[in-house]
Design a protein around this ligand. Structure first.
Ligand SMILES: NC(=O)c1ccc[n+]([C@@H]2O[C@H](COP(=O)([O-])OP(=O)(O)OC[C@H]3O[C@@H](n4cnc5c(N)ncnc54)[C@H](O)[C@@H]3O)[C@@H](O)[C@H]2O)c1
Ligand SMILES: O=C(O)C(=O)C[C@@H](O)[C@H](O)[C@H](O)COP(=O)(O)O
Ligand SMILES: [Zn+2]
Length: 369
């Protein structure tokens, strides 16, 4: 059985997110229905070794001319260097404007392949086949594509919507537990943003999802995609409400950048810690109750995710973090923007956060003065 969630809104063509089992081996027919001249796979070395042949074989069986280019696994591949290498490979292979890029992998591959598709011959179609929980619940949906630079996270990118997303729950069976939990962080984030009952389910009946239980994962993927589809449909280019999906990211991206995008924190772990910080900051400002800040932290911690700076083996400088936050894409005119909370399930954007208040908070949290 599959569940299909439509994503559509003003200014972009609607597409379907299909959630189910066994979708990798049936991908060919669904991609062929889009009638591309070629369907070229972009993946990372780890995913290609596990799932590359299943998808390549399925595309070929559906009569599609195909091939695969891989990048090293990990955040470091969201770089100008890998973007250039992948684009060059597509040119060398003779792809044309009606060729299609298939992003097979986690959020790193999705963001890189999506940006490749946005740039190649000024834009070709692409299909997302997300193989991490994080990519299924978040990055494959909504059309944000990007690479990082040493100056910050996702600073170079484009909005480019996929034509189709195939989220195969069976693909998650090979995912290391740390990566399952990282994806769970973005799932928890969706509950914290706008669905308190979902957040409760994630910490109760659905908690087995954080340990890899496929039934709980499937429900978590479906509800997350519904939430994200609704928000993206209202505000594709983040003129307003879409910024709420950035809960935890102003802190989280600053931490990731300070750590040089290395292995110390995955993106999901940084978001988990950032969400806990956003709720504590909100409580400190009297915007939400201390009880909700504590409850959000407990829910995140119960899933084996970090909630405190002390959970990371690094001393952060408050000054450096504020510098990173001022360079975030949400910041306007140098003013800090944060997604803050009134309660679990009720968050809002504050576009004028006082940097001195943030500095005091970061020092309280354990950052160096
Ligand atoms: N575009 C968006 O809206 C959006 C949303 C959220 C996150 N992101 C981005 O996504 C990235 C993080 O994505 P991620 O957490 O998926 O990380 P990732 O893509 O690095 O994947 C994590 C690891 O899991 C491995 N892997 C992937 N699928 C596997 C499988 N089925 N079995 C075994 N191993 C597998 C990968 O090789 C990699 O080593 C970040 O760069 C983040 O900024 C983008
Ligand atoms: O889709 C969105 O919008 C999000 O903010 C989802 C985030 O989880 C994701 O990490 C996104 O890439 C962050 O976007 P950015 O604009 O802050 O780079
Ligand atoms: Zn994220």
């Amino acid at each position: 059985m599959t569940t299909t969630i439509p994503v559509g809104g003003e200014g972009f063509a609607a597409y379907e997110v299909v959630v189910g089992r066994g979708l990798l081996k049936k991908a060919g027919a669904r991609v062929a229905a889009l009638k591309p001249t070629r369907a070229y796979i972009v993946s990372d070395e780890t995913v290609a070794a596990i799932h590359g042949e299943t998808v390549r074989g399925s595309l070929a069986s559906a009569g599609l001319a195909t091939g695969i280019v891989t990048v090293p696994a990990g955040e470091a591949s969201k770089s100008f260097e890998q973007l250039e290498a992948v684009l060059d490979r597509l040119l060398a292979e003779g792809l044309d404007r009606k060729s299609l890029v298939v992003a097979l992998g986690g959020g790193v591959v999705g963001d890189l392949a999506g940006l490749t598709a946005a740039l190649f011959m000024r834009g070709v179609d692409f299909v997302q086949i997300p193989t991490t929980l994080l990519a299924q619940v978040d990055s494959s949906v909504g059309g944000k594509t990007a690479i990082d630079t040493p100056r910050g996270k996702n600073l170079i990118g484009a909005f480019h919507q996929p034509r189709l997303v195939l989220a195969d729950i069976e693909a998650l069976a090979t995912l290391p537990i740390r990566q399952v939990r990282s994806g769970w962080a973005e799932v928890l984030k969706h509950g914290l943003i706008c669905d308190a009952a979902f957040f409760d389910w994630l910490g109760g009946e659905g908690a087995a999802g954080a340990e890899g239980d496929p039934d709980a994962l499937e429900r978590a993927v479906i509800r997350s995609v519904e939430i994200k589809a609704q928000i993206v449909g209202e505000d594709e280019k983040e003129a307003g409400r879409r910024a709420l999906l950035n809960l935890g990211h102003t802190f989280g991206h600053a931490l990731e950048a300070e750590l040089g995008f290395g292995d110390a924190l995955t993106h999901g772990e940084a978001v988990a810690l950032g969400c806990a910080m956003a709720f504590r900051f909100s409580a400190r400002q009297g915007l939400c109750s201390a009880a909700d800040a504590e409850k959000s932290e407990a829910g995140i911690k119960a899933a084996g995710l970090p909630t405190r700076l002390a959970d990371v083996d690094q001393i952060f400088s408050a000054e450096a973090l504020i510098g990173r936050m001022a360079g975030d894409k949400k910041a306007e005119g140098g003013r800090l923007t944060l997604i803050l909370a009134r309660a679990i399930g009720d968050v809002f954007t504050d576009k004028d956060v006082d940097a001195e208040v943030v500095r005091a908070f970061l020092i309280e949290e354990g950052a160096a003065a």
